[in-house]
Write a protein that binds this ligand. Structure first.
Ligand code: SAH
Length: 209
């Protein structure tokens, strides 16, 4: 069992595809134990996903590292995250100096994640309670968009709200899922990479019209 973030990151750094030192350094600075339920704290630095309330899960550290690397963010980037959950992914981005806009459909999760992030000093994260399939149009365009729940399709508003040259990282599928990475070009989305993953579903929220 890993004891702290530094040891967790040392383990992750053995994977050649996790080649971005800035990502691993950021993950080494985030106290993951502050984002997992109290009774699971002793597993906070194991490389595994852990259950949260409301059927959400905090993603496996490997997957967080992979997605963050694939999103190609840098200091000052504006990033949309769909599925705030615990706020852990948002904290990793914030540690990298990213301006984070995170959307969560479950109101209680959004509220708790926001106050947790605020307490931990992550002032560069904004959290909104709304349907992430619609993106966050008032804050668009984004330099990268990361979806942390599995979707059957690519929600069109997310493509519209991504700047040209920006990356969309999104798990696609139901029972078997592929994490897909696209770059937006003048011709549309072009695939860059894909790996098998396991996420909770991105809910289709009925239009309240
Ligand atoms: N990134 C999170 C893990 C998220 S788990 C972390 O680091 O902890 C997936 C999250 O997506 C859940 O919290 C779930 O409530 C949320 N979700 C599912 N459908 C959604 C939707 N349509 N819009 C916004 N959030 C959604």
């Amino acid at each position: 069992m890993f004891m702290n973030a530094k040891e967790m990151v040392e383990g992750l750094s053995q994977n050649p595809e996790l080649h971005d030192a800035r990502v691993l350094e950021a993950m080494g600075r985030v106290r993951r134990e502050a984002f997992v339920p109290a009774q699971l704290r002793k597993m906070a630095y194991a490389d595994r996903a852990l259950p949260l309330e409301h059927d959400a899960t905090i993603s496996q550290p490997y997957v967080v590292a992979f997605m963050t690397t694939a999103a190609c963010v840098s200091r000052g980037s504006r990033v949309l995250e769909v599925g705030t959950g615990s706020g852990y992914q948002a904290a990793v981005l914030a540690e990298m100096g990213v301006e984070v806009f995170s959307v969560e459909y479950v109101e209680e999760l959004a509220r708790k994640a926001f106050s947790r992030l605020e307490e931990l000093g992550y002032g560069n994260v904004r959290v909104r309670h709304s349907d992430g399939r619609q993106g966050w149009v008032e804050e668009a365009p984004f330099d990268s968009i990361m979806v942390t729940a599995a979707s059957e399709d690519i929600p069109p508003p997310l493509v519209e709200q991504l700047r040209e040259g920006g990356r969309l990282v999104i798990p696609i599928g139901n029972d078997s899922q592929l994490l897909k990475v696209f770059v937006k070009t003048p011709r549309g989305l072009e695939p860059e990479a894909q790996v098998p993953v396991r996420f909770v579903p991105l809910r289709r929220v009925p239009d309240r019209g």
